[in-house]
Design a protein around this ligand. Structure first.
Ligand SMILES: [Fe+2]
Ligand SMILES: [Fe+2]
Length: 271
């Protein structure tokens, strides 16, 4: 299965960076499954139902979220009727929506997509490791599903590495989100799970993690409440990772980053 995962979409330029390229990329890279993190898609904060619809119509199969899941309050009432939008699995019991979704591709193959959130330097949450173990007691890679994609939305690189290694051999891909900074450590772990600490963002890198520079810098320098942060809306980079898996085992065969447009060095998978 050929899977594309794109990191946090930030603002209008991030959405356009994705939507302008995805229809072509789906064909040229022969993608079977496209997953995007869209927790910052609505003007940097949250995801509106209308923008979610645009992303699905533009070629996205599953949307993941994170600590900004409910910044747009209309998502709270919407997520229950939109199962392909998932929020972190370790939110407390009773939280609207789900932390995972099993989707069926046009050819009948199945893929399970999961969103989890770290706890280091983040809001307190249930244990994401235990939540994953519980979920994976009901899903077997290569048996009940051909692929399992896990978005670990977390601040700390150590927690993300631990997450990848705990899940090694049991899922197809563990990819980090939330830092908005792509890491150069994409690799296949010893037992066959593809891993990258952070996919990076789809947004304008001439910014402070996607937000306009002046107010973001002032927050650090003046330590006074300032103006609300606004997404930078210049030339955006579409940033993410592509993985090819073996349908028989669900494990990764190849992994490569993708960065298109904007201010970062460009790269495209060569498989
Ligand atoms: Fe984010
Ligand atoms: Fe986040």
């Amino acid at each position: 299965m050929r899977i594309l995962f794109l990191g946090d979409i930030v603002g209008r330029c991030g959405r356009e960076a994705v939507l302008s390229r995805l229809p072509t990329l789906r064909k040229t890279l022969a993608l079977d499954l496209v997953v995007v993190n869209a927790e910052n898609a609505s003007h940097g904060f949250g995801l509106s139902p209308a923008i979610a619809t645009d992303l699905f119509e533009g070629g996205v199969d599953v949307i993941t979220l994170g600590n900004h899941s409910w910044d747009r309050r209309d998502m709270i009432g919407h997520i229950g009727s939109a199962p392909r939008i998932i929020r972190p699995i370790n939110f407390p019991p009773g939280t609207p929506g789900n932390g995972s979704i099993q989707v069926e591709l046009a050819d009948g193959r199945k893929a399970l997509v999961v969103n989890a959130m770290g706890r280091l330097f983040m809001d307190p949450l249930d244990d994401p490791f235990r939540c994953m173990n519980e979920l994976l007691s009901r899903h077997r890679l290569g048996v009940t599903t051909q692929a399992i994609v896990v978005d670990i939305h977390a601040e700390a690189t150590s927690e993300k590495w631990a997450f990848g290694n705990v899940l090694d051999g049991r899922v197809s891909l563990v990819v980090g989100t939330h830092t908005h900074t792509p890491t150069a450590d994409h690799r296949i772990l010893p037992a066959g799970t593809a891993f990258q600490t952070d996919a990076g963002m789809c947004g304008d890198y001439d910014s402070v993690i996607g937000m306009t520079k002046e107010p973001a810098m002032a927050r650090f320098i003046r330590k006074m409440p300032g103006e609300r942060l606004q997404p930078a809306e210049g030339d955006a980079t579409m940033c993410g990772i592509m993985v090819e898996t073996d349908d028989a085992t669900g494990l990764a065969r190849r992994i490569a980053p993708i960065r298109q447009g904007g201010h970062l060095a460009q790269t495209l998978p060569d498989f």
